[in-house]
Design a protein around this ligand. Sequence first.
Ligand code: ADP
Ligand code: MG
Length: 138
Amino acid sequence: MPRTVVTRSEQETFGLARQLARGLKPGAFVLLRGDLGAGKTVFVRGLAAGLGIDPDSVTSPTFVLIQQYNGPTPLIHADLYRLEGGAAVDDLGLEELGSGGVVAVEWAERLPRAPADSVSVTIEDEGDDRRKITIAEP
Ligand code: ADP
Ligand code: MG
């Protein structure tokens, strides 16, 4: 059953993600959906913190689609916002990349197929600093 949490600040979203990350094993996929400014990158920073990675090293890539951050459990961060066309998504090799770490994907709706057993995170802006976050774990 998916669980829904309403956060009231960037810090709360960060903390929620940090806690989620502690239960993730290498190879886990976290698929993030939500509009621009919803808080997907904030969530990925929280994941990084939970994996023992400096959250400030996680940026919103402008041109790079995939970045890897090394740590006790590496984090592979993909942002598919600028990806055009479905074909290229198939060529990303995300499944192979993910074998050694946790893979977080922003704009996961652009993936042609969701990887099996992925954690799905949907963030909706409820006005002001409130975000409705729905987490479905396999
Ligand atoms: P996205 O990656 O989805 O485009 P970002 O994570 O880059 O969005 O930005 C989210 C913005 O919303 C940040 O400026 C953050 O400070 C703000 N914000 C306000 N309230 C929240 C909240 N409850 N959770 C996450 N971010 C929030
Ligand atoms: Mg982002």
